[in-house]
Design a protein around this ligand. Structure first.
Ligand SMILES: [Zn+2]
Length: 332
């Protein structure tokens, strides 16, 4: 969403960011990297679209699972992975695909619900969407129970939390009644765009292109991280635990090791999602209603009586946006 009357609205946050050196008037420029003492910042990692996306090729799904879980083990990350149980089809491969999810729980990660088929609350009637939630927890609940746990977290696909206040309120009451908490996020690096371009680069046998996309993805996610650190300080007067959203994709299977290393070098210690959410900043009301799925740090502006300023968040590089747009136009 682009704020209307943007020039006037760029007031407070823009001034703060400019003073911090994060943006200069009329253009974005990164400040010199702010390095916190090691382990003083915390970040929870959440992964969407499990067992893997795209879910068309079992061998590739296995490679993705292996790469993502290896990066988590190396960097001591305890993640929450959000499952679309439709990706356990076809029936002939169900056992092997469930085995991928079991690797997550056996490695100490938690599984959450991301609806059965990646349904969109923006367009689907509420009753149908609630059926998606119930149908989407069957295998996940069995796997969590194998470790003595329930299913605690729900993440809305597209982080679309409801088209109207009535729908939002009714659905959140449904979640509470079924023992779910909403899993918010603060940082995401448009990995789906990089991943689509990566698959095209693989198809045209362009390893240099794959490497360039991977590096650009990591740099962009770090730029978003820096922006969200500034936004958190502006909103709460201090650092708050960050929550990273990534997808179980080929891009992350290859890039997470580097990304997590860079976040560690920035001063981050990786914590479980429930530990991040225990910080009172995350109890700030989310009053956002609308067609987009913005970071909760943008949404918290509304609770503070300020306009959201999504247009100040760094975009991926222009060449990535241009290629992504062209790639989407080519798709059937
Ligand atoms: Zn998703």
């Amino acid at each position: 969403m682009r704020t209307t009357g943007a020039e006037a609205a760029r007031s407070l946050l823009a001034a703060v960011l400019a003073a911090a050196g994060v943006v200069s008037t009329g253009q974005r420029a990164l400040a010199a990297p702010a390095r916190a003492p090691s382990g003083t910042l915390t970040l929870a990692v959440t992964v969407d679209d499990l067992p893997a996306t795209p879910a068309s090729d079992l061998a590739e799904m296995r490679r993705i699972t292996k790469g993502v879980l290896a990066a988590f083990k190396k960097h001591r990350v305890e993640a929450v992975g959000f499952v679309n149980e439709s990706k356990l089809e076809p029936e002939s491969e169900r056992r092997q695909r469930v085995a991928l999810l079991r690797q997550w729980v056996e490695a100490g990660h938690e599984l959450g619900n991301h609806t059965y088929s990646h349904a969109d609350l923006q367009t689907m009637p509420l009753a149908a969407y609630e059926r998606e939630v119930m149908r989407g927890e069957e295998e996940t609940r069995r796997l969590q129970a194998e470790r003595g746990h329930g299913v605690r977290f729900f993440r809305h696909p597209y982080t679309h939390t409801g088209p109207t206040l009535e729908t939002r309120t009714a659905f959140e009451a449904f979640l509470v009644a079924h023992g779910y908490a909403v899993a918010p996020f603060s940082i995401e690096g448009s990995d789906y765009a990089f991943d689509l371009l990566r698959r095209q680069a693989l198809e045209r046998r362009d390893p240099a292109g794959v490497a360039r996309l991977r590096a650009a993805y990591v740099e962009h996610t770090l730029a978003v991280t820096e922006f969200m650190e500034t936004l958190a300080r502006d909103t709460f007067g201090r650092a708050v635990p960050q929550i990273l959203l990534v997808h179980a994709s080929g891009t992350n299977a290859e890039a997470l090791d580097d990304l997590l290393a860079r976040l560690s070098a920035r001063g981050y210690r990786f914590v479980p999602l429930d530990e991040a959410l225990a910080d009172e900043a995350w109890s700030t009301p989310d009053r956002y209603v609308g067609p987009n799925g913005p970071s909760w740090l943008h949404r918290f502006q509304l609770a503070k009586g300020r306009p959201m300023q999504i247009e100040l968040e760094p975009d991926p590089p222009k060449w990535v946006l241009d290629e992504y747009k062209a790639a989407q136009e080519k798709r059937p």
